[in-house]
Design a protein around this ligand. Structure first.
Ligand code: HEM
Length: 411
């Protein structure tokens, strides 16, 4: 990147999305609380500021913070789209991730029951068997796309089948397309087209889950897993909250972990000494995955809105103003991490912010870490000679959700 491009924070630029770290470094040094006048939001790149915003109850979630497409026309919008979009907007406002206390506390309690340590530990053998079966198939060919042939099928199955409780035979053929649309909807500076696609995906998922819940109630489908738990929550959740959070869980339950698995293998294979170290010392796996999360976080940022005027370092964020907490930048702050640009799988301590911080801390982090450790640990054990089939794999179009489209490897 030239000096000028380093100074430019542009989530829509493919080069920036592939490697945002020089820009983060520039902003952290020159404008750590960077005001974007055209968007009227603040971009935070220091660890301490990010953690403070995520901890401080003066900041919270606002559905509107995720659903502001860039200026443009929606001309020609047909009525069907308008009604789908209205319902989608309403449902999105009920997502756990976008609510504030006391609703947040109540909804989180119902969802958390599916993520107890014992339930997650109980998935270990299942995940191991799935990973081994995928590798058995790939080994016959000597090549594989880590995303399409391993990470995505594994996480879709884990999330839909084992967490939500929907057996594969009942999956909707649009699941893949809806995942794609939803990840762009949650992005920064989204375009009107991405916004409309996201609204349609939510409408499609709402229809699917409405029918699924009705079938469970009628006894023609099993009320297992998280959906069964949400149904059993009775009037602790409204019918709309139940539906909305099935839709949210469908997306958050697999996409970031697919991204983490891809980024983990990419980062390790780009640092062969670290890859060989892990293959020789499997007990380093916990620290290795923590380092991947710090070094190149699958969630680059999250947004908050100030509920009152709040002092942040030498600035005041006014009530109603929006801040973007750049987790990916916080994780490379030299004030918190010595030699932050060095990828070191032995790093300790490693207090990265990649699962968030404060009351919205990721509910699925144990599951995400377990699945990633099993995938990476098994690949390192069974295929230590693995190498990248390309040095510059393609990145997804979203910026906040950071991940690879494909990751071809050979062995
Ligand atoms: C590597 C994978 C993952 C990463 C990096 C990740 C990251 C995050 C982050 C940064 C947040 C905080 C959002 C905020 O504060 O605004 C979050 C929240 C959340 N995550 Fe994850 N996540 C991952 C996997 C998962 C999985 C597997 C699940 C569920 C199966 C999940 C469910 C959730 C939920 C429900 C929330 C909202 C919590 C709340 O608002 O209280 N995540 N995640």
């Amino acid at each position: 990147m030239s000096d000028l491009s380093v100074a430019r924070f542009d989530p829509r630029s493919p080069g920036f999305r592939a490697n945002p770290y020089p820009t983060y470094r520039y902003l952290r040094t020159h404008q750590p609380i960077h005001y974007r006048a055209e968007r009227r939001d603040f971009i935070l790149t220091r660890y301490a500021d990010n953690r403070e915003v995520l901890r401080n109850p003066g900041f919270g979630r606002s559905a509107s913070s995720l659903i502001e497409p860039v200026a443009g026309t929606n001309g020609g919008l047909v009525e069907r789209l308008v009604s789908a979009r209205n319902e989608s907007r309403r449902l999105m406002g009920l997502w756990l991730a976008l609510t504030n206390p006391p609703d947040h506390t109540r909804i989180r309690r119902s969802l958390s029951r599916a993520f107890t340590q014992s339930r997650i530990d109980g998935l270990r053998a299942y995940i191991q068997a799935k990973v081994d079966a995928s590798l058995d198939q790939a080994m016959e060919r000597g090549e594989m796309d880590v995303i399409g042939e391993l990470a995505y099928p594994l996480m879709l199955d884990l999330n839909c089948n084992r967490i939500l409780g929907i057996p594969p035979g009942d999956w909707h053929p649009n699941f893949g397309q809806w995942t794609q649309s939803m990840s762009l909807l949650a992005d920064l500076d989204i375009t009107p087209i991405a916004y409309e696609r996201g609204m349609l995906a939510i409408a499609g998922l709402a229809e699917f889950f409405r029918q699924w819940i009705a079938a469970c109630r009628a006894g023609s489908r099993p009320a297992d897993g998280l959906i069964g738990m949400l149904m059993a929550a009775g009037d602790r959740l409204s019918e709309e909250e139940r539906l909305a959070n099935c839709i949210m869980m469908f997306t958050v339950g697999h996409s970031s972990t697919v991204n983490l698995i891809g980024i983990a293998l990419l980062s390790l294979l780009k640092h062969p000494a670290q890859w060989h170290l892990l293959a020789a010392e499997p007990s380093l796996i916990d620290r290795a995955i923590a380092e991947v999360l710090r070094y190149d976080s699958p969630v680059q940022g999250i947004s908050r809105t100030a509920f009152s005027d709040v002092a942040l370092s030498d600035r005041t964020i006014r009530r109603g103003e929006k801040v973007i907490c750049l987790i990916g930048a916080a994780n490379r702050d030299p004030a918190r991490f010595p030699e932050p640009d060095r990828f070191d799988i032995g790093r300790r301590p490693n207090p990265h912010l990649s699962f968030g911080y404060g009351i919205h801390t990721c509910i699925g982090k144990n599951l995400a870490q377990l699945a990633t450790k099993i995938v990476v640990g098994t690949v390192a054990r069974r295929l230590p000679g693995l190498s990248l089939a390309t040095d510059s794999p393609q990145w997804e179009e979203s910026f906040l959700g950071h991940g690879l489209k494909t990751l071809p490897v050979v062995f």
